[in-house]
Design a protein around this ligand. Structure first.
Ligand SMILES: Cc1cc2nc3c(=O)[nH]c(=O)nc-3n(C[C@H](O)[C@H](O)[C@H](O)COP(=O)(O)OP(=O)(O)OC[C@H]3O[C@@H](n4cnc5c(N)ncnc54)[C@H](O)[C@@H]3O)c2cc1C
Length: 354
């Protein structure tokens, strides 16, 4: 019997397993093979930018990044483009540009040896009987079972653990599409583009080594691929070099609005990271939220599994307020008129000197 089984070895799950420091009997499992260097195949669909909040969490964890996880170039400015009005502004902001698959594997390499890790294991479901949770998963073609005092869902936006808890208030649902283009000269900015004909959220362009990553979070209820094609047409018209397309990926992205869509768990089951809905509703930045929610649950477990969920609820009130704050700030970015006024004022922007 385990104290904690964690489903998902992304930033949230691996951070929780690391912070439990071998003090509890922990099993972490993931469908990805995170124990080996990435060699193609399924990859986490992500921009791979560590925003200042994620950088601050790495600082609080006392961690520095190895160069093997870094992608080029490192970024110091966000270029914002309103694709309807043609307005453009540059804002200073430092992002650490990483290779997401390498980043996740580096986090996993920090796990204490006492943590049992099962890679290439597909979580299937769970049942709660009084104080014990029975977890079933598929590993090496075999259906297997394990028992635990606490099950943690760190299995991302499409969390099966969360779905196992029953219906919950749904966050707004988007499909995030990302296409990789081989380019001769990578742009030195992170570009954010806005256009209500494409999405009420935003589109992004991120240079990554010799590639340009073009992505957009598009409402799931619309013709997502047609809107993504429209985005590319508009970017070409803006002079972007989209070069040769190397690959395209898509995934689900849930956007919490205020506290709608946040679920911390129930009974003997807790949710962290994007599985709980912890992601910025204004920028879709989620790595810092994965770190912060994992830290809150690790602290809640210091006194054992009993009562951990209510301690976790208490410790994440600040994070919930943070989501409220970001929801309140969103209109300045996403309401066309307010955005035009904000960009037109030039407030906080910088001029690029060639
Ligand atoms: C297109 C896109 C771009 C983004 N760009 C950025 C960015 O640049 N910066 C940023 O900070 N955030 C970004 N985000 C958000 C960020 O990727 C997530 O918020 C973050 O990865 C959440 O971490 P997590 O550990 O909660 O979940 P994930 O990173 O999603 O990890 C979940 C893990 O669970 C595993 N899993 C899922 N289901 C099962 C199952 N049934 N059985 C076993 N394992 C399972 C998965 O394999 C995965 O390893 C982006 C999101 C999207 C969709």
């Amino acid at each position: 019997m385990y104290d904690v089984i964690i489903v998902g070895g992304g930033p949230a799950g691996s951070t929780l397993a690391r912070l439990l420091e071998g003090k509890m009997k922990v099993l972490i499992l993931d469908q990805r093979d995170l124990g080996k260097p990435f060699a193609g195949g399924f990859e986490k669909c992500c921009g791979g930018l560590l925003a200042p909040d994620a950088q601050e969490m790495l600082a609080r964890f006392g961690l520095g990044l190895p160069k093997t996880v870094l992608a080029e170039p490192q970024l110091f400015a966000v270029r914002c483009i309103d694709l309807v009005s043609g307005q453009q502004r540059y804002y200073p902001r430092h992002y650490i540009n990483v290779k997401r698959e390498a980043f996740d594997r580096w986090l996993v390499s920090l796990l204490p040896p006492q943590v049992e890790a099962l890679w290439g294991a597909n979580f299937l479901g769970f049942s709660q009987v009084s104080e014990v949770v029975e977890v079933s998963y598929l590993h090496a073609g075999q259906r297997q079972k394990a028992r635990t005092r606490l099950l943690v869902g760190a299995d991302g936006a499409l969390s099966r653990v969360r779905r196992g808890l029953g219906p919950s208030s749904a966050p707004r649902s988007y499909v995030a599409v990302q296409e990789w283009f081989e380019v001769s000269e990578p742009l030195p900015y992170f570009t954010a583009a806005f256009d209500p004909a494409i999405t009420d959220f935003y589109a992004w362009m991120i240079p990554k080594d010799q590639m340009l990553l073009v992505g957009a979070a598009i409402p799931a209820s619309t013709d997502v691929l047609a809107r993504f094609e429209l985005l590319k047409t508009k970017l070409l018209a803006q002079g972007f070099d989209l070069g040769n397309s190397a690959r395209r990926r898509g995934t689900s992205l849930l956007r919490p609005l205020a506290s709608r869509g946040l679920v911390r768990g129930a009974g003997q089951v807790a949710l962290i990271g994007e599985a709980a809905g912890w992601i910025s509703p204004s920028s879709a930045e989620g790595i810092s939220y994965a770190f912060r929610s994992a830290l809150a649950l690790a602290k809640s477990l210091e006194k054992g599994c009993e009562g951990a969920l209510s301690r976790y609820r208490r410790l994440t009130r600040g994070l919930e307020l943070n989501i409220w704050g970001k929801t309140a700030k969103s209109p300045a970015m996403y309401w066309p008129l307010l955005r035009r006024l904000a960009m037109g004022s030039g407030l906080l922007s910088i001029k690029i000197v060639d």
